[in-house]
Design a binder for this molecule. Sequence first.
Ligand SMILES: Nc1ncnc2c1ncn2[C@@H]1O[C@H](COP(=O)(O)OP(=O)(O)OP(=O)(O)O)[C@@H](O)[C@H]1O
Ligand SMILES: [Mg+2]
Length: 273
Amino acid sequence: MKLRDRKLASTAVGNADEGDIVLSAHDITVSLDDKLILDKLSLDIRRGEILGFVGASGAGKSVLLRTILGLLRKQSGTIKLFGVDVDKASDMERLRVDMRLGVLFQHGALFSALTVQENVQVPMREYLDLPKKLMDELALLKIELVGLPPDAARKFPSELSGGMIKRVALARALALDPDIVFLDEPTSGLDPISAAEFDELVVKLRDTMDLTVYMVTHDLDTLFTACDRVAVLGNKKVLVEGTIDDMLKSEEPWVKSYFRGKRARQLDLAARA
Ligand SMILES: Nc1ncnc2c1ncn2[C@@H]1O[C@H](COP(=O)(O)OP(=O)(O)OP(=O)(O)O)[C@@H](O)[C@H]1O
Ligand SMILES: [Mg+2]
């Protein structure tokens, strides 16, 4: 079965039950500097899916991500991760939830003074108390997992290509074996071939690690080839959500021009070939 058909089959199941919802954001309102950024936005993510989150630059995609992670304050709404309402969780519950999340921030550069291995170990040092030898072995496993050679471990970020840096950042996001990873524009700045390889890696990791992926992206290739479902942010809320086919049928003006522009049409023809 081709990837696209498999995705459509897997997303045809409409009503996921509660246990399948990894993240549920409901009626989220966020204002920053007296400016309303998100207005009663709601979004669910199901276990095992790759959700592509798209929207105009400055629409609030990163703000929503930071709000979900508890880094920005919301004015109203509820966020449940793995069924836990993060506002009502005890410190211990919150810690347990945090340890199940991996994050690759949009501008989340690696620490330039740390080696690749030390960068990957940052979340381990923050949350776990492990002997150095074990941490070194775990870091090497993650480095291999994202397709980097073992000798990358001792290198510094300045010695790596852009594509390798993204892979190290992904390895760092995977450091604690999370159940969900949040990737904010992970392929921006990469050439199309490196970006496609990164997308393939994300799909492979989802398939092999029972991972759920929340991916903010502007990359139409990614949306067509890697994402099971797409949610579009506009007018401060989720305007439309569904499969790529739903996006192609949408009459919402921004969605229409984004997904049915010239470049998108070429990609769709290629995907259907
Ligand atoms: N910490 C902050 N304080 C005040 N305003 C902020 C803050 N972070 C973001 N904003 C504002 O919120 C709005 C949404 O920004 P955000 O970074 O979420 O956009 P985005 O959708 O991620 O855009 P892009 O695709 O360019 O990354 C912008 O107007 C931005 O200036
Ligand atoms: Mg952003």
